[in-house]
Design a binder for this molecule. Sequence first.
Ligand SMILES: [Ca+2]
Length: 224
Amino acid sequence: MLCPRDQILVILPRSTCTLTVTTSILTTTSTTTANTTSSASANTSSTVLTTTTTTVLTTTTTANVCLDSNALVTVLFTLSLIAPQNYTFYSYVYTATAGHTLGSLIFSLRNDPAYWFLDDVSVKSVSTSAELLTNGGFESGSLTSSWIYCNPVSGSSSSQVTMGNQRTGTYCYRDGSSNSYDYLSQKLTMISGSQYNISFWLASRLGVVVYTNGTVLAQVTLQF
Ligand SMILES: [Ca+2]
C-alpha cells in the first residue's frame, strides 16, 4: 500500500526510444470548498492526493524532440477528463536523490475540445520555503526564458499566456493542443536529500460552454 504523497518512479532504459509511462496515483478524495480566492469563475475544487492503487489511465507518449528518451522520469500526475473542471489544486512532495538533482518539471498537455488553464505553479523547498520556479504564476504576461515551450508536431490551439481565466493575478497559461501533446517545462536545481513541495492549479474549460466528450489529457513529470 502506498503512503500519502508517495511517488511512483518510472525508470526508462537508455536504449528505449519510446517513452511509456503508466501511473496509478490519481486522487481518491476530493473536497469542494467555496471559492474565496478565484477571480475567474465559480467554485474552486481542492483535490488532495491520497493513497490508491487503482489504475485510472494508461498514457503513452512517444519520444520526440521535446522529451529526453535517456532521462529518468518520475510521473507525478496523470489526468484524463470527460467534462470541464474548475481550477483544482494538486500537490506532491518529492525527495531529490543523489545524481538526480538537475532536472525539469514538465507539463504534457492535450485538450481537443477545450483548453487547459494552468496557474500558480510552485516547486518549493520544504525546509527553507525557497521557490525554485520563476514566473510560476505567469504574471510576466509571457513565457519568459524560465519556461520552455515545445510543440513537436506543431499542434493547433496550443500555448498562450492569457488573461480572463487566471486563478490569481492577471495571467495564466492556456493550452488547447489538439490531437497531440505539447509540452511546458522549467529546469530545476534541487539538493540531494531535500524535499520539495510541487504544486499547481489546473482547470479545463472553454468559457461557459460545456463541451462534448473528447480527449483531454494532462501529465506532469519530473525528468532527470
Ligand atoms: Ca497567475
